[in-house]
Design a binder for this molecule. Sequence first.
Ligand SMILES: NC(=O)c1ccc[n+]([C@@H]2O[C@H](COP(=O)([O-])OP(=O)(O)OC[C@H]3O[C@@H](n4cnc5c(N)ncnc54)[C@H](O)[C@@H]3O)[C@@H](O)[C@H]2O)c1
Length: 293
Amino acid sequence: MTMKRLKDRVAIVTGAGGGLGRTHALELARHGARVVVNDLDDSAQAVADEVCRAGGEAIAHIGSVTRHEEMDAMAAQAISRFGRIDILVNNAGILRDRTFAKMPLEDFRLVLDVHVMGSVHATKAVWARMQSQNYGRIVMTTSSSGLYGSFGQSNYGAAKMALVGLMQTLSLEGAKYNVRVNCLAPSAVTAMTAGLLPPEATDVLTAERVSPALIALVDQDAPTRMILLAGGGSFECAHVTMTRGIHIDDTANLAEALCGRMAEVQAQDDQFTPASGWDQPRHELAKALASPR
Ligand SMILES: NC(=O)c1ccc[n+]([C@@H]2O[C@H](COP(=O)([O-])OP(=O)(O)OC[C@H]3O[C@@H](n4cnc5c(N)ncnc54)[C@H](O)[C@@H]3O)[C@@H](O)[C@H]2O)c1
């Protein structure tokens, strides 16, 4: 029997009418959470019904993450039905793949709008409440396409990496209110990736094998500021690191000296993950002050 880790918790999952959102909703419910299933159409109701048939509790919200008033209405619906909101999973997404040379700007904007502003709207709708109740767990869905790049996905990659930036700062701002913010980078065969992944992936890289990673990110003991990769039962972490780098004193010939030492700048031994963006100027100032003049 499943341990009800999320008993009494209320979760919202955007874009949960299919794919990963659907398995997230089912998995959250299996762990005891009551779930608001959002999507653009009746697929949200179908998944909410599926959750209920499996013994969980869920309601549907039909609306677009691109409209902030609809996200406010979604949060209001969660409150009126379940009385609280503990967990938000920003999952809704679309693709508009083309090489950058051929990509219309509208497709770039649309993808940013759904992934980035969509996650902002839904997060904005729950943030103040999570802060005031001193509890919140938020997951942004990023992607290896953003973290590492992917041919033909400049719009999607930019959007997915923007969510890492959003997570980095929200995890800092949420810390003192026990609002923890993390990123999940899944790999699964879904409507979005059908045809992109090899056929043998179908039975292995299933959405069902990703959603347990979500539970780890929204649990009471969840980390914060983690970028968790999950696919086919494997789990990894990505870190945005900073190398130890070099310091050059010769201000007159800085560029020339630097060009000759780029390998040292990139060397990854002793690299570290800064605690916040301020670590960069802090380290650079310390190195400059420590160097003989
Ligand atoms: N499948 C993967 O391997 C993979 C890899 C990396 C990231 N992701 C991300 O995971 C998330 C889920 O993707 P998926 O693979 O399940 O794809 P999917 O296409 O099966 O599901 C996406 C869902 O989002 C919904 N949606 C789209 N626009 C919306 C909007 N404006 N408002 C509300 N809902 C909207 C769609 O209707 C759909 O049900 C996405 O953010 C995607 O970018 C998926």
